[in-house]
Design a protein around this ligand. Structure first.
Ligand code: UD1
Length: 357
């Protein structure tokens, strides 16, 4: 069974890694990594392949950046050619980035079966490009692997037959557990001059937070203020750095507010575990902090990962509430939560088992 695994952007590499390693052990399966090239910088792509023990992609489409239509269109055109040449039996897509949706469309139109890992997540906010990608991908996929019960409920409500849906747990947690020792050994916080549980780890890159000048400068003001209470470590996503430069907002790093280049997977996991709290708009960090029971503030009006709030350590915030919410955390009032069902490191095994059947 020839299986394409679609890699594309930073969060996807963590989701395909456990599947690649699990499928590689199966005699009946030949997994092939297809990198669309949506993310291409060394520290946004290659570093993750290295950290996760993934080989060089078998196929690289070299798509690069662009508007949503340009990016999705380029993936469809390039990937259709690959599909026709290589004729896979199954395409596995993960997550919700533009390449996930575009690869699904190209495969579905050629009648090639698609499995979606991390299916069923919904923020119910169609201003988020990822929500559109999720809806399109799930409506076309033949097999839908969900991370949590809310995923199953969302899909059933949308009329997807139950037989196509299988709750398998959270694939990101497979990667986290498999890499925990390496991440801990890195002691990234110490190399950055930060002490255990005595700093804040920040990641922000969503267009809704970084693309508007007023919002981005307010966020930066809050971060400077926060850094007078606790050191802050903020690796800048290329989109965020670009917007700071475009708007002429200072991104000078100092000992209290460390604005650094994007960091690797092990470094990020180490900081997520060691931080006093995390401020983010990333999907993955909402889940990783839930696993570590590290308090997390998510600067978004909604989340497609509600289990991180109902079960985990996550709380939504907005620009108006950001400072009061930060103050609460500085005063040590926070919840730690519990680890959700099937976030146990065996999700890839459950997926492989189902595919074997
Ligand atoms: C994409 C995903 C988002 C995910 C995020 C993780 C979509 C719609 N968005 O957002 O869901 O959370 O990845 O990082 O698919 N750039 C570089 N180097 C790179 C990649 C990007 O400099 O390797 C810059 C380019 O200027 C580009 C911008 O970052 O225009 C945005 O990249 P893009 O992949 O379009 O969106 P992200 O914001 O990264």
């Amino acid at each position: 069974m020839l299986i394409h695994l679609i890699a594309a952007a930073r969060p996807n590499f963590m989701k395909i890694a456990p599947l690649y390693h699990a499928l590689k052990k199966e005699e009946w399966a030949t997994p092939i990594i297809v990198h669309t090239g949506q993310h291409y910088d060394l520290n946004m792509s290659d570093a993750f392949f290295k950290d996760l023990g993934l080989p060089e992609p078998d196929i690289h489409l070299g798509i690069g950046s662009g508007t949503h239509a340009e990016q999705a269109g380029r993936v469809m055109i390039a990937y259709e050619k690959t599909l026709i040449e290589t004729k896979p039996d199954l395409v596995i897509v993960v997550g919700d980035v533009n390449s996930t949706m575009a690869a699904t469309l190209a495969a579905a139109k050629l009648g090639i079966k698609v499995a979606h890992v991390e299916a069923g997540l919904r923020s119910f906010d169609r201003t988020m490009p990822e929500e559109i990608n999720r809806i399109v991908t799930d409506s076309l996929a033949d097999i839908l692997f969900t991370p949590s019960k809310d995923g199953d409920e969302n899909l059933i409500r949308e009329g997807i037959p139950k037989a196509k849906i299988k709750m398998v747990g959270n694939i990101m947690i497979d990667t986290l557990i498999a890499n925990l020792e390496k991440a801990r050994n890195k002691k990234t916080h110490m190399h950055l001059g930060l002490k255990e549980k005595d700093f804040v780890y920040v990641t922000l890159h969503r267009p809704s937070n970084v693309d508007k000048k007023a919002t981005l400068s307010t966020i930066m003001e809050h971060l400077y203020r926060l850094s007078s209470f606790l050191p802050v470590c903020f690796p800048l996503h290329p989109r965020t750095r670009k917007m700071l430069t475009t708007y002429g907002i200072s991104c000078r790093s100092n000992n209290h507010l460390k604005l650094i280049d994007p960091i690797g997977y092990h470094d990020s996991i180490c900081l997520a575990e060691q931080a006093r709290f995390v401020l983010t708009d990333s999907g993955g960090l909402q889940e990783e902090t839930t696993f570590f029971k590290t308090p997390c503030l998510t600067l978004r009006p909604n989340t497609e990962r509600p289990v991180t709030i109902t079960d985990g350590s996550n709380k939504l915030t907005n620009i108006e509430n950001l400072w009061p919410d930060i103050e609460n955390l500085l005063n040590d009032s926070h919840k730690t939560g519990k680890i959700p069902e099937l976030w146990d490191g065996h999700t890839a095994e459950r997926i492989v088992e189902r595919l074997r059947e």
